[in-house]
Ligand binder design. Structure first.
Ligand code: HEC
Ligand code: HEC
Length: 393
């Protein structure tokens, strides 16, 4: 596979170390961007339009452009004679087009959207090299959309107020009935459904083992070790496997003997998956929590709660019948636009006095991993060194 972040160190080591040295423990993924520090223009060799962008955010901007175009670093960058990327070179037309596009997007937002980032690369590209001028074909409604339509019609007949003045035109899936629960009620029900806050507070670690199936349908063994403080280590494949871990101050990945520090957006993504304390601490971890709507997810009626972290905006979908979390949908900030991550939870089963989802499906901008666990163990001590980057050992 040629995608550079998987196989090579893409940024100078000093850049990565600086980024992570500035992050406070535990909430590394939430750290505000350091205001000081070099700009991209100062740090890199050939920056013409992103000159003022803090240097530690350049890699996130690159990840975003690659994802928006459905490509990777190689879409725009050439390799030197040594086979390594020569990022400063302008020998790929896509790189020079991208510069023009960044300027075009800035101009559109300045002229038409009061300088807010309303139009992004993804607005047009939708993971295609060349955006299509033709709109999409009509699609049959999904069972969830049909159910939502029926609920909306029933709500109108019953005289319930529409969810918004445009309720009739709202996307299928948003039901008309206004939620009556408060955030606290939804979170209390969730914690109770998992086994109660006392039982959750007793957990000191969780290890899940099972099988991960990727986008191509290939399956590998997976082991996920984590602590309530958000430390996580994911190992995919048999010995030694590909490891991705976050120790609170940094996040890294190792494949063979290559170790790479993760950038902001990848660190935030790794952090999202450390979710064993969500039932207990969701309210501490997110701000601006609000109950938004009733919707349907995978055939289940859900109540939708939105919240924010400095690095991301997130939507939670709780099963209205059981109280359990069935989906999270996050938008991770990059300088050029948000990147999506969706996590679906299913097949909750009891293990050590709490319920744990035995099926977790993580879909992000570049991968799908459907995880099916066979074995979940709590409260076994995990050596802190397992979360630290190998170089620091
Ligand atoms: C859509 C095209 C595009 C993609 C995809 C892309 N880049 Fe870039 N990259 C650019 C452009 C354009 C610049 C120069 C920006 C400027 O002039 O302000 C650049 C500059 C860079 C630089 C600075 C080089 C220097 O010293 O001047 C690095 C490092 C870099 N990219 C890394 C990456 C990595 C890593 C990836 C894959 C995650 C990637 N890029 C994907 C378009 C792209
Ligand atoms: C308003 C819609 C729109 C937005 C926003 C937009 N693009 Fe484009 N882009 C296009 C169109 C249309 C083309 C195809 C041009 C052509 O066919 O010559 C294109 C072509 C490109 C190409 C050349 C691809 C090729 O195969 O020739 C690159 C690279 C590119 N865009 C990058 C970006 C990046 C990076 C962003 C965000 C900074 C962006 N675009 C935002 C509409 C857009």
């Amino acid at each position: 596979m040629s995608r550079c972040p998987r196989t090579a160190r893409c940024l100078p080591a000093a850049a990565a170390v600086l980024v992570f040295a500035l992050l406070p423990p535990v909430l590394a993924q939430d750290a505000a961007r350091p205001a000081a520090g070099p700009t991209s223009g100062e740090r890199y060799k050939n920056i013409q339009v992103l000159k003022d962008l803090p240097a530690d955010q350049l890699h996130d901007a690159m990840t975003y452009m690659a994802a928006s175009m459905g490509g990777n670093c190689q879409t725009c960058h050439v390799r030197g004679a040594d086979g390594e990327f020569a990022y400063e070179k302008d020998d790929n037309d896509h790189k020079t087009s991208a510069r023009t596009m960044i300027q075009m997007v800035r101009a559109i937002n300045m002229q038409h959207f009061k300088g807010e980032d309303r139009v992004t690369c993804a607005t047009c590209h939708q993971a295609r090299r060349e955006p299509s001028p033709v709109g999409p074909l009509s699609q049959p409604l999904t069972p969830d959309q049909l159910a939502a339509l029926a609920e909306r019609a029933a709500g109108r007949q019953g005289g319930a107020p529409p969810a918004s003045p445009q309720a009739g035109a709202a996307p299928a899936g948003r039901a008309a009935q206004r939620p009556t629960e408060t955030v606290d009620e939804v979170l209390d029900k969730y914690a109770a459904a998992l086994g109660g806050r006392d039982a959750l507070a007793k957990l000191t670690s969780r290890v899940r083992r099972g099988t991960l199936t990727n986008r191509a349908g290939q399956s590998s063994p997976v082991a996920i070790e984590e602590t309530p403080a958000g430390l996580i280590r994911v190992t995919v494949g048999a010995t030694p496997g590909i490891v991705r871990a976050a120790d609170g101050t940094s996040a890294w990945t190792q494949s063979g003997d290559r170790v790479r520090r993760l950038d902001h957006v990848e660190t935030a993504n790794a952090g999202l998956q450390a979710d064993m304390s969500l039932g207990l601490r969701l309210k501490e971890q997110y701000s601006a929590l609000a109950v938004r709507a009733y919707e349907r997810v995978n055939g289940k009626a859900v109540v939708v709660v939105e919240g924010r972290r400095p690095a991301a905006a997130e939507t939670f979908y709780f099963d209205r019948a059981t109280g359990l979390l069935v989906r999270r949908s996050a938008r991770l900030n990059t300088p050029l636009g948000p990147l999506p991550v969706q996590i679906d939870y299913d097949d909750y089963r009891p293990a050590d006095g709490v319920l744990t989802p035995f099926e977790v499906r993580v879909t992000d901008w570049e991968s799908v991993s459907a995880q099916r666990f066979g074995d979940v163990t709590h409260n076994q001590p995990i050596d802190a060194a397992r979360f630290a980057p190998p170089a620091a050992r």
